[in-house]
Design a binder for this molecule. Structure first.
Ligand code: ADP
Ligand code: MG
Length: 909
């Protein structure tokens, strides 16, 4: 969408029209026309200004004042501006809202422009596009979350079929990976990557309904349409990496090459002249990770909850990493559990090594705590956007690498046999060249400015010439100060002050009366009048002028030397780019293993047995998130077993039990245990044996899922269809009350048929929670079907949830008891009980009409009389007294006294 008046773009072609715009406006319009899909930040002095519709959009989004500046074609030009030094804040908010911003800077000195002619404007150019998927600033990024740009491509794979290529690039760290898949897995892949921005050809959206699919994944990301390119994909990749062939890339498919090239093209378009530090694209082969579709991912709340928050997700619950890079790696692992048994065992070995060595773990975690985010610092430096603090980040990061390498090398727990992954990481950390760290340590001062142009970041003593220049600058400043005394003598007054401002530079200020004297001989030979203020006069002297020039040029020379030092250090860091990145990855890997060991130690988790069987046997399993929430309330979680191990196909458990009994929790905890185990983590269970799960499916009946706009029953059926069509013997399927979104008999029939199909055809390991008790009968006919029920106790007609899974079927649904707990009026509860008894006792073939007619009428309970309130009041007193007792804290004598007191209570009440 063009945000400028319709005729403005044409202004270029019609000089007569353009002539009407001021030269600056003409320049603005031209630049805006070249960046129609971005908000244009147009640099003017200390502000970025926005005009026309951009101004309106930004003022609305940022809550800043909309003003006017001049006229264009007779109408006021709306304008708003953001100050340069606060630009990051505003960018962050605009990017957060999904906007793209083109940053347009002045690229020549105003003096140069004046030389070209009185009317010429300063040359300006867009130096960078800031988009959600291509940011690098620390303040714009979330530390523990990757920021991926995803480029999509597609190639024809047959008559009606496409193969999609996916390239995920995170320029804030240099991570770059590619994969491919068919249409049926596209949203699953997108959900795994969780991009901040997707770049795809426009056509894609229209034929593949990409935007709709994105809505389904419920990932808040920006969609950017991409124009076709006249450069071939291969050519673009070769140019970007400066290579002659793509041989070094490994075997990439056509779709992957096209996607990688599209990612590179977009990165180049947004970063302009700066080259983003992307590594070679790593290929993720299909089947290497557990397939988890978008709905399952959302439903299990692996990395974010259904509302999109990280808090409350599995990831947030298990993340004990000490560094942002470790947090990102853990997120990546939880989002994509492995299927390769050997690699899973390797990760588990790493956790075990640190679990068995608590002292080492504590030391390593302590040394990691101080490690800055090296990957992101390096990326900013490579893009020319880094500052002195990024260099310090490398310095401190390298020190942490060295310290960690030393700790690992000294401990027998870390050996190539016991923990190959960590031993490898140790080698990468130890292999770092110390020279860079030393150079950084020697060069950088203690307190560092954010911006390199502020200077002062090179340590005194590092460069003799810099020290001299600084001394000259500082000495001159002292000379200026001593001049003040001399001038006071000369003018025979004590009221002379030397001051400084940007307009006059150094100047002398004195009172009006003194000033009048200085205008007269002999003083006027020294003092040159500059300004007369209301009650003061300002003068300069030739001496001051010279000093001023010396100070300025010394300052400039010092800064130039500092900047040269900066560039030099930057170049040295970039020369070690690959080693630093490898070390940063190694550090993250160590961090994750330590964090998972810490987690296992603190929460008493166990190492799962993972193999290629079809076992699924969990003893004493817990739901980590629900357990943590209960623990906060001081409540305990009831651990439960689950065995879906089958002979020639997985077992299918039908789980019944009243609402609130814990069915959904039980289902999900088993799925989470599988995901955690295959991510390489210990699991919340006493024992776990899992034959590798290749696909994980989880669906919830529509009534539980109100967040969606479409007909919920329709969604439920679409998703159930996907499972029945895709699940296989290696899959783990979790179905939670499927069929409850429709009329009873419809729902029952659908659930019934689905169970039969899962058992007979899909043969997946399956947990099927249902409120259709009729389904439990199927165990008589389906050999691998087991019935499980959530135990409840009936206590004086009140239902008590035990949250305990047992073999068998629920004897009844306790719906009415639960309704009573929920506060349904007593008369409705009583009536429902009568109806239930009638319906259950009645001959099933007796027509409904007869039952309806035979029953006595509903009688509303009389309004509660005042007198009757005393009974509940007494009950409350009794309850309060009971709650106050702490049996564990009491002596037998106290207990007996308490008992007598209780016995007295009702009568007193
Ligand atoms: P259902 O799906 O049967 O309606 P839920 O799984 O939603 O029941 O559980 C309801 C509540 O019961 C949960 O929010 C949790 O507080 C509690 N709960 C569930 N399982 C357990 C358990 N194993 N131990 C303790 N409390 C549990
Ligand atoms: Mg439920």
């Amino acid at each position: 969408m063009l945000n400028i008046p319709p005729d403005a773009a044409a202004a270029q072609e019609k000089p007569a029209e353009a002539a009407k715009a001021t030269p600056m406006m003409a320049q603005y319009i031209e630049i805006k026309a070249a960046n129609p899909d971005c908000l244009l930040f147009y640099r003017m002095g200390d502000f970025y200004e926005l005009f026309f519709e951009d101004a309106e959009t930004a003022s609305r989004a940022l809550g800043i004042v909309l003003t006017k500046r001049g006229k264009h074609q007779g109408a006021d030009i709306p304008m708003c501006g953001v100050p340069i030094d606060r630009a990051d804040d505003y960018l962050q908010r605009l990017i957060g809202l999904g906007h793209r911003v083109a940053v347009c800077e002045q690229t020549e000195d105003p003096a140069e422009a004046r030389k070209r002619g009185a009317k010429s404007v300063v040359r300006r150019e867009v130096v960078r596009l800031v988009t959600p998927g291509t940011i690098t600033e620390e303040r714009l990024l979330e530390p523990g979350r990757a920021n991926a740009l995803l480029a999509l491509s597609r190639v024809r794979a047959g008559e009606d079929a496409w193969t999609f290529g996916l390239a995920a690039a995170d320029i804030s760290t240099g991570a770059f990976s590619v994969s491919e898949c068919g249409l049926e897995s596209l949203t699953a892949e997108i959900a795994r990557i969780e991009p901040s921005e997707i770049v795809a050809p426009d056509a894609f959206d229209s034929d593949a309904g990409l935007r709709r699919m994105l809505d389904e994944t419920r990932i808040p990301c920006t969609f950017t349409a991409r124009a076709g390119s006249d450069v071939t994909a291969e050519r673009r990749l070769m140019d970007f990496y400066g290579v002659r062939t793509l041989d070094g890339f490994g075997a990439l498919t056509r779709a992957e090459i096209a996607a990688a090239a599209a990612a590179v093209a977009y990165v180049e378009r947004t970063q302009m002249r700066a080259r983003a530090p992307l590594g070679l694209p790593a290929r993720l082969s299909r089947g290497a990770t557990m397939e988890i579709d978008a709905a399952t991912r959302a439903n299990l709340e692996l990395t974010r909850t259904t509302t999109g928050a990280r808090e409350g997700s599995l990831l947030a619950c298990v993340d004990m990493t000490a560094t942002p890079a470790g947090g990102r790696l853990l997120a990546e692992r939880i989002a994509a559990p492995l299927t390769d048994r050997a690699r899973i065992l390797e990760r588990l070995d790493s956790v075990k090594a640190f679990l068995d060595a608590p002292a080492l773990r504590a030391d390593v975690r302590a040394s990691l705590k101080s490690a800055p985010d090296m990957a992101r610092a390096l990326a900013r430096l490579s893009l020319g956007r880094g500052g002195p603090r990024d260099l310090a980040g490398l310095r401190d990061g390298l020190a942490a690498c060295r310290a960690t390498a030393r700790l690992l090398a000294a401990d027998a727990a870390i050996s190539a046999q016991a923990a190959p992954e960590i031993a490898q990481a140790q080698a990468a950390l130890a292999g770092l060249d110390d020279a860079l760290e030393e150079a950084l340590t020697r060069a950088l001062a203690e307190d560092l400015p954010l911006n390199k142009r502020d200077g002062g970041f090179v340590r005194a003593g590092f460069l003799a010439e810099l020290d001299e220049t600084r001394a000259l600058r500082d000495e001159s400043r002292r000379v200026v100060a001593s001049l003040q005394a001399r001038y006071c003598d000369l003018a025979q007054t004590k009221q002379i002050k030397i001051k400084h401002n940007n307009f006059l530079g150094y100047f002398i200020e004195t009172s009006q009366a003194n000033g009048e004297r200085l205008l007269q001989p002999p003083f006027n030979a020294t003092f040159i009048h500059r300004q007369t203020m209301a009650d003061a006069m300002r003068f300069s002297t030739s001496e001051l002028g010279e000093l001023e020039a010396r100070i300025a040029s010394a300052g400039e020379r010092a800064l130039a030397m500092e900047l040269a030092t900066f560039d030099d250090l930057c170049a040295r860091a970039q020369a070690h780019d690959a080693q630093i990145k490898a070390a940063a990855d190694a550090l993250a890997c160590v961090d994750v293993a330590c964090a998972l060991a810490e987690l296992a130690a603190q929460r008493d988790w166990t190492r799962p047995i993972v193999d290629d069987s079809l076992a699924f046997r969990i003893e004493g399993g817990r739901h980590p998130v629900v357990e943590a929430a209960l623990r906060r309330n001081g409540d305990g979680f009831v651990a439960n077993d689950c065995d879906l191990t089958g002979e020639d196909g997985g077992a299918l458990a039908v789980v019944t039990g009243p609402n609130m009994a814990g069915k959904s929790t039980y289902l999900r905890q088993n799925a989470l245990i599988a995901a955690l185990a295959q991510a390489g983590s210990y699991v919340p269970a006493a024992r776990a044996h899992i034959g590798v799960v290749d696909r994980l499916f989880s669906r919830v009946g529509a009534a539980d899922d109100l967040a969606r706009g479409r007909s919920t029953f329709m969604v439920e059926m679409v998703e159930t269809a996907a499972i029945l069509n895709q699940a296989g013997p290696r899959s783990l399927v979790i179905l939670d009350e499927i069929g409850r979104g429709t009329a009873t008999f419809d729902g029952l029939s659908i659930a019934w048929a689905a169970v039969e199909r899962l058992h007979e055809a899909n043969r997946s390991r399956t947990l099927f929670a249902t409120h259709f008790h009729e389904l439990t009968r199927l165990s008589e006919r389906l050999p691998r079907l087991v019935n499980l029920t959530m135990r409840v106790a009936d206590w004086n007609g009140e239902v008590v949830f035990l949250h305990e899974v047992a073999r068998g079927a629920a004897d009844r649904s306790y719906g009415i008891q639960v309704a009573r707990l929920a506060g349904l009026p007593a008369d409705v509860v009583a009536r429902a009980q009568t109806l239930l008894a009638e319906l259950e006792a009645g001959d099933r073939r007796k027509p409904m009409a007869e039952i309806v007619n035979d029953l006595p009428l509903f009688a509303a309970a009389p309004a509660p009389a005042r007198a009757s309130t005393s009974a509940p009041a007494r009950e409350d007193a009794l309850r309060a007294a009971l709650d106050a007792l702490e049996p564990d804290e009491m002596t037998p004598r106290e207990a007996l006294d308490a008992l007598y007191a209780l016995k007295r209570l009702p009568r007193e009440g």
